[in-house]
Design a protein around this ligand. Sequence first.
Ligand code: ZN
Length: 201
Amino acid sequence: METKTISKLGGDGKMSSYTYDEYKRIVKEFHGSLAPGLLIGGFMVDLALKNLPGGQFFDAIAETKTCLPDAIQLLTPCTIGNGWLRVMNFSRFAITLYEKEKGEGVRVYIDTKKIEAWPEVRDWFFKVKPKKEQNYQLLLDQIADAGAGLCSMKKVRVRPELTGFHAHGSKIAICPSCGEAFKIKNGDKCPACSGENPYVD
Ligand SMILES: [Zn+2]
């Protein structure tokens, strides 16, 4: 097996890379386990980083909330907290990195044709077998061998309303019901007091 590396984009805009073993160690530390989806996600981010259009500042989209947001947060300066990573919960195993201003970017996704060449990965991905019947080691081996070979990539342009260094002009108000501050969108009460409260009583 060739030695694979995983690219990383630093906050200073500089590219560096991890060996695949280093990446696995970081995954385990951060995520708690060697999640197959996060290992594949590393190769997906790597492929996207190697094919970025010109530009200095990038934002990211993860089209699932599973695993891929962590791969993006481990390998790029984009995090949910800094607002550069947007999680769109489509349950599609895909990521996009795009240049902030013009929205030009690359989308990397699991290619359901290519995955056929890697049966253990395919069965895991399509949840064909119960977890007990999966051969975890074979799954990890096939992921390591396949790398970005499980994926395809295409150029995309992100819709203008999602791009730019958007200066939010939104107003902050105090909710008349709970007394906490929140960003006004609809109505004068905060979303929690408008019926989305996640807590019992
Ligand atoms: Zn409230």
